[in-house]
Design a protein. Sequence first.
Length: 278
Amino acid sequence: MKVIKTINEMRKLTIEMSGTVGFIPTMGYLHHGHLSLVRLAKKKNDHVVVSIFVNPKQFQPNEDFASYPRDTEKDLQLLQDANIDAVFLPNVSEMYPENFATYITIESLSKKLEGKSRPGHFQGVATIVAKLFNIIQPQQAYFGQKDAQQVVIMKKMVSDLQFPVEIVVGPTIREQDGLAMSSRNVYLSEKERKEATILFQSLKLAEELIRKGERNPVSVKKEMNDFIKKSVGVVDYISLADPDTLDEVENIKKNTLVSLAVFFGKTRLIDNIVVHSV
Ligand code: PAF
């Protein structure tokens, strides 16, 4: 496995790799969710490249860029064991040299849900992913369903800017008690970690209500909110939206993206499921 730190070196390898390249962009501190995407990519491609880059442009000034968990040595070991071709591990000045001034904005979609709570976040994500696509030139790029809005936005960017890249979505990988795997779970205290299972439980509650015939999103949100209030979690938002447009639904008719963000102390966790109403 090659460990590549510069854009020039990465471009050289891009030219050398014949056949298809599957790419998994990450911010490191890898968990089973990332590794499941690596496995998917390996099945479908001749080569697999993973990037590890904690992207400062997708964090707001009040967010956790400085404290975001990092363990490059462990990440490299995991990727070596997964037998991938290369890890792209640039530093901040390599990706954003002085006077960097070009950004990608996916209008409308970026302002909803996560974008409302984290203005500028998706501009940062889109800009870095577009740069990585240009450098690595993959045929397929892999993202986890846990970041449902990120997936929708990546698909829109690829379509609008004609990137010849297929966005492949891997399922959310969960701990045994249902908590979605996330690098940020490491921030949770023991008590918060136990109570964080409320996220998935509240999603299952929404699913049950919809399956039983509830069609009013306001009622579903209220039930979820009341349920979460029993824990130390503080709701940022609960949303029932169209999975493609991310517009809030007024009536639950077909597939609905039920998503939420909840604070446990300073840690903000997100999760979602798509409920298929019959
Ligand atoms: O999902 C993430 O870890 C990040 O948003 C990504 C896609 C690696 C871009 O920095």
